[in-house]
Ligand binder design. Structure first.
Ligand SMILES: [Ca+2]
Ligand SMILES: [Ca+2]
Length: 469
């Protein structure tokens, strides 16, 4: 570890120790995040599903590359052809999508950054650069000051190739500076190149539940499973909230039947979109997930610690997991948001077929204590305070009625106590019952719901930072 990177990692460790994240370590998400996707398309249908969702939200990111890769489930022959076919379908939907939101990149722009990664599997497939690894190395080396998010839906060997090529070309301090901007979110380990990359480049930030890299045996322990892993088998018997929204039947009506992009969305065999959590949190929905994986949001909640078998900390499933229906499980930090992310997706797919603005629904705008950004609002407080919260000024672009829902996201905070009383657009967090002598945080979530079809939401988060004086 060198220079700035070592400093960054020490801040991560410090913040995890303190149970919250140091201000400034992660950036409030005011600009579109840079995103590079590595996908083992066609190993089973769910990458194709995730690709459709990604493209429906393509205006939320600066997509700098999408590379078709191998994985332990697809050991050769990356399917760039499916990638290009889906981007072409997006091109057919592009005119409609732009009626409803700004910033959708053209099909031509996305096609220009579609590529194949390493043609062979795992670390053995690393050696010669591929079109995908060259594109990724270019993004890593870019002078853009924003972080580069690398979203890994399959194997990681195209990333390892790019990192080794950057190391061969760059001076140590230059390399440290660009690696400090990398944010890798990997859906478990689907080859041995991910673990190798973490060993060789320990300053790179990873969000991962490390796993046996040659088959699926460890996936049940991972956070990403929470997106839909309960749709079949034993999980179904738990009847977790909104499980019907990840059934093929619901997806047929709200996604597959929605025009050219929907036609690229296959039925799932095992679960829906296992890879989607690796970019879902970056959508600027107001939960502020990108400010820190410790906060939790559509991308799941993570903790900075060293998992068994790793040499240094990564963001991984927390020791204390989220609760649903009186049970705790790694994936529940994603499952808890399911109504929101599924109805939102249905809304986007409707955009892709609606040529008039008034023929589709659009998200409400949530204002928190006068703040109209989508950033986390931080409020300093002390024991005994009654913290006033207000959603006044929230609105809906379609003129729908809106309702405000307030809750304390207990697992994301570090303090017990705190009594939330809500009345419409106003709420008060009473800190009288905080244990004396304690410092820590409480996360209050505002969810604004509209009355359109489908119902759409906007969120905001206040972090109440309680200091013992
Ligand atoms: Ca995959
Ligand atoms: Ca609306």
């Amino acid at each position: 570890m060198r220079g700035a990177s070592a400093f960054m990692v020490s801040l991560f460790a410090l913040s995890a120790f303190a149970g919250e994240v140091a201000a400034g370590k992660f950036e409030a998400l005011q600009e579109r995040p840079r995103l590079f996707v590595l996908t083992d398309l066609a190993n089973e249908p769910d990458d194709e599903e995730s690709l459709v969702r990604l493209l429906a939200y393509a205006n939320e990111f600066d997509i700098e590359g999408i590379a078709a890769t191998t994985s332990c489930h697809l050991r050769q022959n990356p399917r760039e052809d499916i990638l290009r076919r889906t981007i072409a379908a997006y091109g057919e939907a592009w005119t409609n999508l732009n009626v409803h939101a700004q910033g959708y990149p053209t099909m031509e722009r996305l096609s220009a950054v579609a590529a194949s990664g390493q043609p062979r599997f795992g670390v053995e497939g690393v050696g010669e650069p591929s079109p995908g690894s060259r594109l990724l190395a270019k993004s890593i080396k870019s002078g853009d000051p924003r972080p580069l998010w690398v979203s890994i839906w399959g194997g990681a060997n195209t990333l390892l190739q790019a990192l080794r090529d950057c190391r061969a070309e760059m001076k140590d301090d230059e390399l440290s500076a660009v690696l400090a901007k990398l944010r890798v979110y990997s859906i478990s380990d689907q080859d041995d190149a991910g673990p190798a990359a973490r060993r060789e480049f320990p300053s790179v930030m990873w969000i991962v539940d490390p796993s046996y890299p040659f088959d699926h045996r460890d996936y049940w322990k991972a956070t990403w499973v929470g997106i839909s892993g309960d749709v079949r088998g034993e999980g179904r018997k738990l009847n977790l909230p909104f499980v019907e929204l990840v059934d093929n039947e619901w997806l047929k009506t709200h996604v597959m039947d929605m025009g050219p992009l929907g036609r690229c969305y296959p039925q799932h065999l095992y679960c829906m979109e296992g890879d989607t959590p690796s970019f879902l949190g970056l959508i600027a929905n107001g939960l502020g997930w990108a400010e820190s994986p410790a906060y939790g949001g559509w991308g799941g909640r993570y903790e900075w610690r060293t998992p068994e078998g790793e040499s240094h900390p990564v963001w991984t499933t927390p020791e204390v997991k989220d609760e649903l229906k009186g049970m705790r499980s790694p994936g529940y930090s994603i499952t808890r948001w399911r109504e929101g992310y599924q109805l939102d997706f249905a809304g986007r797919m409707k955009w892709s077929v609606a040529s008039k603005y008034e023929d589709a629904n659009h998200n409400p705008v949530a204002v928190l204590n006068g703040d109209r950004t989508k950033c986390v609002v931080r409020i300093a407080a002390k024991r005994g305070d009654k913290v006033a919260l207000s959603a006044e000024g929230s609105s809906d672009p379609d003129g729908d009625s809106i309702a405000c829902e307030w809750s304390v996201y207990r697992e994301a905070g570090t303090l017990a106590g705190g009594d939330l009383r809500a009345d419409g657009a106003r709420a008060v967090l009473d800190l009288s019952a905080i244990p004396e002598g304690s410092s820590g945080s409480l996360h209050v979530i505002l969810r604004v719901r509209d009355t359109g079809t489908p119902t759409l939401f906007a969120y905001r988060r206040a972090i109440i930072e309680v200091r013992y004086l």
